[in-house]
Ligand binder design. Structure first.
Ligand SMILES: NC(=O)c1ccc[n+]([C@@H]2O[C@H](COP(=O)([O-])OP(=O)(O)OC[C@H]3O[C@@H](n4cnc5c(N)ncnc54)[C@H](O)[C@@H]3O)[C@@H](O)[C@H]2O)c1
Length: 338
């Protein structure tokens, strides 16, 4: 069974390729290496003993996408990770984000619409909920106006897929709304490789721990939470990768209830920034240099998932604790800096 993984050299994509190969799928990766490196293929191969097929293609080049599907008529499922993901950059360069995150999605869906049967998994995000009114957040919580062009591409992406599924017989899709992915493969062969200053908390913490950054700024300690810092739902990337495999299996096995479904992928547990720092200090045995600074505009107070739907429908549940995920992130950071 051949599966196309776009963005398969990236952080979440590479971990998903590992889980797919472990389950016996034949994987072909498309990536343009705009935010990754071909070296990731070596890591995947070291873990699984099998080198996935790889084509260096920029999905913005429509003719190359068409040509790919002509050559790989046996692709039965597509997991679409490829996208630009820096929220701040998306505010500066909205058209880049609309072209890369929406244009590429449209090209892929056009190709899949030509097939008699196809399965599509989309990387969405909990950002679609904004600051939800109630916690934990269920899939029925309203989608709030996006705070950034990046967030908007996730909302629009979901709508484009839903509209396309409505009129395309044979196309079945699942959007997975990720909460806060973190960590690295336990082998330390693959992990998160942020270019420049990390956008996410955990790589910022581990880079500070290893001495690459001087200090972590904690944005605000006067939020209405247990210790005043913001609450997020940190999901271990290996758990997240496994959610993609079970979502794909659901579609390939015809187990889906409608031809477009949405699932939250989180742990169901919220952690404050200070709890995440404590977890780092516990697993690393190091004190982290951090300081509390003013709130950052645009940050929401709290977001954590109700994962009942994924638990019941996908038979999936996060297995790893925050400490276990943090240890993998720390091991990875030390390995790449050594
Ligand atoms: N990491 C997170 O915190 C997070 C949270 C929610 C949703 N997501 C979404 O999950 C997906 C994967 O995220 P990630 O953290 O693994 O990001 P990543 O940047 O590590 O991976 C994305 C990959 O896509 C590739 N890519 C980008 N544009 C491309 C193009 N035009 N053609 C071919 N390849 C292209 C990049 O080179 C990279 O390897 C993205 O869609 C992202 O928006 C990520």
């Amino acid at each position: 069974m051949k599966v196309l993984v776009t963005g398969g050299l990236g952080f979440i994509g590479s971990h998903t390729v590992v889980e797919l190969q472990n389950e016996g799928y034949e994987v072909v990766i498309i990536d343009d290496c705009s935010n990754s490196s071909e070296k990731v293929l070596d890591g995947i191969t070291a873990i699984t003993g099998k080198r996935p097929l790889f084509e260096k293609i920029d999905l913005k080049e429509k003719s190359k996408v068409e040509d790919f599907f002509k050559r790989h008529t046996d692709v039965q499922g597509v997991i679409h990770f490829a996208a630009s993901k820096a929220v701040g950059e998306s505010v500066e360069k909205p058209l880049l984000y609309y072209e890369n995150n929406i244009g590429t999605l449209v090209y892929l869906l056009k190709e899949l619409s030509r097939k008699s049967k196809s399965s599509f998994i989309f990387s969405s995000s909990c950002t679609v909920y904004g600051q939800a009114d109630t916690m934990p957040i269920t899939e029925n919580a309203p989608v709030k106006a996006a705070e950034s062009p990046y967030g908007n591409t996730k909302q629009m992406g979901e709508e484009i897929i839903r509209d396309t599924c409505k009129v395309t017989e044979g196309l079945n899709a699942i959007a997975l709304r990720y909460f806060n992915p973190m960590g690295a493969h336990p082998s330390s062969e693959i992990g998160e490789l942020p270019i420049g200053v990390p956008q996410n908390l955990v790589p910022f913490i581990t880079q500070t721990g290893v001495g690459l950054r001087e200090q972590l700024s904690v944005f605000g300690d006067d939020y209405p939470t247990s210790d005043g810092t913001c609450v997020r739902d940190y999901i271990y990337v290996v758990d997240l990768a496994k959610a993609h495999v079970v979502a794909l299996q659901r579609l390939l096995g015809g187990k889906n209830k409608t031809n477009y479904e949405v699932f939250n992928v989180g742990t169901g547990k919220g952690s404050t920034v200070l709890e995440v720092i404590k977890s780092f200090e516990k697993v690393s045995g190091k004190k982290l240099n951090y300081k509390i600074v003013d709130r950052r505009p645009g940050d929401i107070t709290s977001a954590y998932a109700d994962t009942t739907l994924a638990n019941e429908e996908l038979g999936w549940k996060a297995q790893f604790t925050l400490d276990e995920a943090m240890k993998s992130a720390w091991d990875w950071e030390q390995k790449i800096r050594s």
